[in-house]
Design a protein. Structure first.
Length: 251
């Protein structure tokens, strides 16, 4: 009974000391002096998170040496290691950089010219010209027309063919948008040094490790959620399995 009481008191004292070390850190997230709303603020060390409000403000419990992450899909990832100075200041400013905007694909549609049908009046005029040419040929009587003149019908057909060639050359096949896989999502979402610094992976092991994670059906669920904290927890868990697998292979 006495041992159980001492154990309970020790646990309570330990938790109290931890809570006393934690301080509420206040700050603001900006981009070009504009407050950013709904930015994910994650204390990776304590496994807690919050979001900024419309004024870009946030509050989160931290301790010295905690690693705090700032994540928004339209901005570059930001990492901050909390110092005692940050806690004492209690009003930190975090600046995030906007990612360059990708232009949407421009699709050139087919250009169709209206079909101009020949009227009866024009048809009769052409027939009359042909008849007059034949009259000059066999009688020698000049009818006012120009011999060997331009064939406007042939010229019109040539121009129409030229337009069709330009139209076909401007056509571009519609590209299908590739589906996002877990490997691409993890590389784009996590910080550049996360795999080497946090997971302790060699650079040449990164691709193999992500293939190992993609083989787990849980990766599809993580991909649909698109939550950074869940993604990092999943990668931590898979990293332990990956290390055990490497050890078994060596042995």
């Amino acid at each position: 009974m006495r041992v159980k009481l001492l154990t309970t008191i020790s646990i309570f004292t330990y938790q109290l000391s931890i809570s006393q070390n934690e301080k509420l850190l206040n700050g603001k997230v900006l981009s070009q002096n504009i407050p950013l709303n709904k930015v994910e603020v994650i204390n990776k060390t304590a496994k807690t998170s919050t979001r900024t409000n419309e004024l870009g403000e946030f509050s989160i419990l931290v301790r010295p040496q905690d690693s705090v992450l700032f994540f928004s899909k339209d901005y570059f990832f930001k990492r901050l290691k909390i110092s005692q100075e940050n806690i004492d200041q209690n009003n930190i400013i975090v600046n995030m950089i906007l990612k360059p905007e990708e232009l949407d694909e421009v699709l050139i549609t087919t250009i169709k010219f209206p079909h101009v049908s020949m009227t009866q009046e024009v048809s009769d005029s052409i027939a009359l010209i042909k008849a007059s040419r034949n009259l000059q040929k066999y009688t020698g009587v000049y009818d006012g027309t120009i011999s060997n003149g331009m064939n406007f019908g042939t010229m019109g057909a040539g121009l129409l063919g030229l337009f069709k060639k330009e139209e076909n050359s401007n056509k571009k096949p519609k590209k299908k948008t590739p589906e996002l896989d877990f490997k691409t999502f993890a590389e784009a979402t996590c910080p550049l040094d996360f795999f080497t610094k946090d997971l302790k992976l060699n650079p040449n092991e990164k691709a193999l490790f992500l293939e190992f994670c993609s083989a787990d059906p849980q990766s599809e669920i993580i991909l649909k959620q698109k939550n950074l904290l869940y993604t990092m927890d999943f990668l931590y868990a898979k990293n332990e399995e990956f290390k055990k697998l490497k050890t078994e292979i060596k042995n």
